[in-house]
Design a protein around this ligand. Sequence first.
Ligand code: ADP
Length: 350
Amino acid sequence: MEEEQVRHLLQSIVHPETGEDIVSSGFIEHVAVAAGKITVVLRFAKTHDPFAIKIKNAAEQLLKSHHPESEVLVVVKEGGQPKRPEPKLTTTTGGIAKIIAVASGKGGVGKSTVTANMAVTLRNMGYRVGILDADIYGPSQPKMFGCEGYIPDAEQEDGQDRIVPATAQDVKIMSIGFFIKPTDALLWRGAMATSALKQMIHQTRWGALDFLLIDLPPGTGDVHLSIIGELKVDAAVIVSTPQQVAVADVLRGVEMFRNSNVNIPVAGIIENMAWFTPEELPQNRYYIFGKGGAKRLAEECGVEFLGEIPIVQSIMEGGDGGHPAAGIDSRVEEWHRAITEKVVEKVMKG
Ligand code: ADP
């Protein structure tokens, strides 16, 4: 009974959250076989991994059933990073020039709407654009581009499975929403989302793109880590509203990107819903959520303020109607273009 055999046996145990076996996921810190005793040390990255005990029991049972003559001891250690396994799938992002992640401290600030309108603005500027919608809490890009119900085809390319993205309004779109029903979202997130996202990252047939925008879930979490770990993100932009009181949430996001292991430049903060302009009074600006909140936030976080987008009926209607307003309302396009040009300039500079 050798250590390698123990590892081999443990390969049949899968972590329910990632769907990957605990050996190639790097959870096995130590295996020792000596004097009729098998000792295994499992190291979980999280301090309270909800599956730790379940996995420990499964490992003990498995080893005991195969080696009833041995004493089996499985020890759980928590915290600390397990070794990141090498991605097994070859990536399909080689044809993408720049990857920009769009983040927010909280939900409902218009992160997805800004992503969609930035994509359309980039398209209008002549760039080839794609969106990876990784917002597992509420994937909204399919609705915003009118391609709900799209079922991605799988195709073979050089002997590998590739997933074909939707193309809507000249923007390539791959969304976690294509793989889940809206009613599933709550149950689904966490459990299978990470492995589905990995597939989307590594198997989508993007072709050549100038920019890929990633619509991240709000806040910071496992999806962010998985994307940062699997993709070379060139820059992050953060969307906030003027009344975003939770400075701490945005700061956490900025720190996540700036972490020395991550090192993703934060291009800046965009203020969405900055003021309200009624259709019939296009010159009037009502600062209903307060004035200058995101600018102050940018100062506090030490990042650039990229510009403002007001609350406009056409932005909301465009999102609901499957046509981002930047493609049909020239004022909306102008607001987005001023911001997008700054982002492009920063990203190109590197
Ligand atoms: P998030 O992705 O941050 O959760 P969404 O992009 O889904 O937020 O936006 C939330 C809601 O606010 C949507 O109904 C959207 O149409 C609306 N919305 C976002 N930005 C604006 C805006 N500038 N003007 C009008 N409505 C907006």
